[in-house]
Design a protein around this ligand. Sequence first.
Ligand code: SF4
Ligand code: SF4
Length: 386
Amino acid sequence: MESLAEYKEIVDLIKESGGDYFKRCFQCGLCDTVCPWNRVRNFSMRKIVRQATFGLTEIESEDIWRCTTCGRCPQHCPRDVRQIDSGVALRRIATEYGVFPDPVKPIKTIAASLVAEGNPLSEERKKRADWAKEAGVKSFEEGMEILYFPGCYLSYDPRMKKVAKATAAILKKAGVEFGILGTKESCCGESIRKTGDEELFKRLARDNIKGFIDNGVKKILVSSPHCYHTFKNEYPEFMVNFEVVHITQFLVELIKEGRLEIKDGLEKKITYHDPCYLGRHNGVFDEPREVLRRVSGLELVEMPDCFEDSLCCGGGGGRIWMETPKGERFSDLRLEQAIDVGAEVLVTACPYCITNFEDSRITIEDQGDAKAIEIKDITEIIAEVI
Ligand code: SF4
Ligand code: SF4
């Protein structure tokens, strides 16, 4: 009887946490067929769904933390089980009880850093705009054309700061009147929400929304597909609506309006990786390719898993902060795909993808692979040819 009561409690908790869609599942197994985890190890979303239906979820298991929220299985599920929402519901329960298996434990430090400093990287808030001083970027003022929201990785991470600077250089060249909120900017909160910390997400979202309203922001330019997704699709839950544009979309706009001219060519074979939160989740597939095609001499080739079938880099759903052992990293597979199609540069448009691919590149070089490949953000390519 005791265990039944326990099961009931979990079922109720799942339901309360928004996981009511589990019971639609009829166990067809399509989710497991398309899940990238099954290219590197066994993992069954179908089983997680089944267990949750009966309240048998092992909250302490690492499995409920594996989903990268890549969006592949919801795209294929015939019963609209909404695996991402349901999986986040399970993580909410684990987070509430403070149950984190070892590889997931970094989340605690991340959450503390987000509370104290507004970023997941244990960096000081007062240093958030240091990159901008070096790049001569102004603070946002009401009436400017656009607010540039670089996000946490581009503000602090040494590799990603190069992307923030490339973006600023492009905007200046195109004569865009823009500024940043700098120390008044906080993490968008997308990834911490996917780890189940709803309260912290709400706190970060409210801080940002207040910053946008207080400063008269109307249009926001983002570099990260995660910021894009949450500003566009999740912040409206707070009854606000800002115009949000991803840099790949803005580049097309600037080129079409004749404000940005691509003057130089680039004789390189390039492949483009669709980030899950830009492509599959938000349908932005054509704009990055359109921008790259405008560079003369550049040969754009596609990898086997592209557009809506793109292979996740492994960084979504908070996985960017969790430990993934060598041999289980999707980014290693993606890099091999890029090398196999003969690309000299793997281009993408997401800080998590770049971080993971740069890590994989080191692994591949360590293995003595003769073919070194460059990893670049699309802005780094465009900044070279304008
Ligand atoms: S694809 Fe949907 S219906 Fe099929 S097993 Fe997975 S969750 Fe269940
Ligand atoms: S969303 Fe992606 S990573 Fe998560 S279970 Fe589905 S296919 Fe796997």
